[in-house]
Design a protein around this ligand. Structure first.
Ligand SMILES: [Zn+2]
Length: 495
């Protein structure tokens, strides 16, 4: 509502819709000069604050869960473009509601980099292929975007973009607004105050869950750091909720930087397929491994898929694979464990396929709301089909059966990761499919894992429901035995 009013006001009070390239260049040059950006090649800013994990809210429509950042350092090479984001993240939500691996057992050190076409992470002493981003933007785009979301970065991006400018009166003050149309990053807009300092930047991008989505940054409390004016308070929001709230304590101007792409990253060959080949676990039961894997169960005249992949591109590969493995049977149901974005980014593809989405009843209004958002930037199969998704709401227990095979869906209430968590159980096969309650570690644990309390809640739920489980198909992590979850609890909960 407030946004709409501001937009309306800026439209009404539009005083000078010049739109001339010459005017835009003059405005951008004035901003570059005011910001001290003209001779700025590299920049480092550091401080402390909070970050928030996008797409991991406790309930579908809620705010992203918040974490404390005792230390944050961003280093940028504008020309490369390259950046290194180095943050220490600690638990702060109490109770620890929502995703993001809460409750964190220990403080995390997160180091992410991008240089040109390469993105990677530093884990310990090693460079590793960049991890997943739940904004579903390619890592290179999502990380480089952070350079253009600084005041100095914006004016530098303007040099390689089509730019227009207009003036507006916002809350009684005269502002200059610069709009960029960039071949890679689409539309960005910056609001300049009467000193030519950038107060606000926003960028629209296409999101798999939210449709056309805004990432925005507010800059206040500018200070001079050796000739560079830089905000000492930065707040970013994505999809309407805070993403970063940073107090900048120190800025270094033109520091020496080294962003060499490690050989193992430069020489890595991208996989030919987004999805690993399917693995058959039992008669009529398959797993399609991706970061968020899909389990596939064959019934007499149809197929049920438990969990969509993260992206439409992955879902398309999985659906093609299902049609090859199980020809001539429609996918009738897509069972969704919960509303986190790494579990629903590829869900709309199944709705386009004609499948009914089976989810906790309380998720349905959220899905219907965000799925009706405009999708002009990244249309998908569902938006192009013009179809409306069909949902089946689960509360308690829901049996899916054709008379022979039985698949039972359980809501296990009370988990702090998400209130609507569903798990799916095949009693004859003793197979349980679950998400984010038990993600088997890659190597044997030597210290208590994150989210141990949620693992306990899951094992207690399996026991309370008296499920006889042999194999567990975790949506994240390798297929394993239920005993492994019990062993982790026995090892770390008794101490
Ligand atoms: Zn989750």
């Amino acid at each position: 509502m407030k946004k709409t009013l501001i937009a309306l006001f800026s439209f009404i009070l539009l005083t000078s819709p010049t739109g001339q390239a010459q005017d835009a260049k003059a405005v951008i040059d004035a901003a570059a000069s005011a910001l001290g950006a003209t001779n700025l090649r590299t920049l480092q800013f550091s401080g402390w604050g909070f970050d928030y994990v996008f797409g991991q809210s406790y309930t579908g429509a809620g705010a992203w869960p918040r974490f404390s950042l005792p230390a944050y350092t961003m280093t940028i090479d504008f020309a490369a473009p390259a950046m290194r984001d180095d943050r220490r993240r600690a638990q702060i939500e109490d109770p620890p509601l929502g995703g993001g691996f809460q409750p964190l057992a220990t403080e995390q050190r997160l180091i992410t980099l991008v240089n040109g076409a390469y993105a990677w992470d530093i884990v310990g002493d090693n460079a590793v292929a960049s991890g997943f981003r739940n904004d579903r933007q390619p890592n290179v785009i999502g990380r480089t975007e952070q350079i253009w979301l600084t005041p100095q970065g914006f004016v530098k991006l303007a040099a390689s973009s089509k730019a227009t400018t207009r003036t507006a009166t916002l809350r009684g003050a005269k502002k200059t607004i610069v709009t960029l149309d960039n071949a890679t990053y689409g539309k960005l807009e910056a609001t300049l105050n009467d000193q030519n300092l950038i107060e606000h930047i926003e960028r629209w991008f296409g999101h798999s869950v939210l449709g056309d989505t805004l990432i925005e940054a507010d800059f206040t409390e500018y200070k001079d750091f050796n000739g560079v004016k830089f905000p000492t308070h930065i707040v970013q929001r994505q999809g309407g909720y805070p993403l970063l709230d940073l107090r900048v304590a120190d800025v270094r101007v033109n520091p020496a930087v080294a962003f060499d792409v490690p050989a193992n990253i430069r020489n890595a060959t991208p996989p030919a397929s987004l999805v690993a080949p399917p693995e058959k676990l039992a008669d009529g039961v398959w797993v399609f491994p991706t970061y968020a894997k899909s389990a596939v169960v064959e019934f007499r005249d149809h197929v049920v898929v438990i969990e969509a992949a993260e992206t439409e591109a992955q879902s398309i590969e999985i659906i093609d694979g299902i049609k090859k493995a199980i020809p001539n049977k429609p996918i009738r149901y897509l069972v969704n464990t919960h509303s986190h974005f790494d579990h629903i980014g590829g869900m709309r593809t199944y709705a386009a396929e004609g499948a009914t989405i089976v989810t906790h009843r309380d998720n349905i209004p959220f899905y219907q709301q965000v799925w009706s958002n405009p999708r002009t930037i990244s249309p998908d199969r569902l938006s192009r089909s013009g179809k409306t998704a069909t949902f089946m709401g689960v509360t308690g227990t829901q049996l899916l059966t054709d008379g022979a095979r039985r698949l039972v869906i359980y809501h296990y209430a009370g988990n702090m990761h998400n209130p609507g968590l569903l798990m799916a159980y095949l009693p004859a096969e003793k197979i349980l499919i679950e998400a984010d309650s038990f993600s088997p570690p890659a190597a044997p644990l030597t210290a208590p894992p994150n989210a141990l309390v949620n693992l306990k809640h899951f094992v207690d739920s399996v026991d309370r429901l008296q499920l006889d489980v042999d194999q567990v198909i975790p949506v994240h992590g390798r297929v394993t035995k239920m005993d492994e979850a019990r062993e982790i609890l026995a090892k770390f909960l008794t101490k």
